[in-house]
Write a protein of this length. Structure first.
Length: 140
């Protein structure tokens, strides 16, 4: 049986927030947007339909919980939730809080502006903030 390993690009571009029952919870290293990525901890999965029906249901529940918490916390005008996988084939689900006055509004964030990484302290603060926000479902 294959073992789940986080794709190297995701590991490089994110900070670990923790994990839910199915997914690893990651903070995207871009301070332009509150941006969290869920990665189902299953080996060799590229698409949602490759998960079992039960895992698909868990993914939707975890995504919905995350989306609701982020929308409320950051007073989102809109949440962009997407699985692209054109560069990173491992299944991962982006949750990006959008504001009418953000740098890319109303277009998608990809390729619009260079990423603005967090400082080490700002990243640690945002990770702690997300851990507090999501504590009821985080396992670690």
């Amino acid at each position: 049986m294959a073992v789940f390993t986080l794709h190297a690009q995701l590991a490089q571009d994110t900070y670990v927030v923790g994990r839910f029952e199915l997914c690893q919870v990651l903070l995207m290293d871009d301070r332009l947007y509150p941006w969290v990525i869920l990665v189902p901890q299953r080996a060799n999965i590229r698409e949602v339909y490759e998960l079992s029906p039960q895992e698909q249901s868990i993914l939707i529940q975890e995504s919905s919980f995350l989306a609701q918490q982020m929308a409320l916390k950051f007073s989102a005008d809109k949440l962009n939730i997407a699985t692209l996988g054109n560069i990173v084939p491992q299944l991962h689900l982006h949750h990006i809080v959008r504001f009418r006055n953000d740098a890319a509004w109303p277009t998608p964030v990809w390729g619009k502006h260079p990423r603005l990484p967090y400082s080490a302290q700002a990243a640690a603060t945002r990770v702690q903030e997300l851990q507090s926000l999501l504590h009821s479902k985080l396992l670690t």
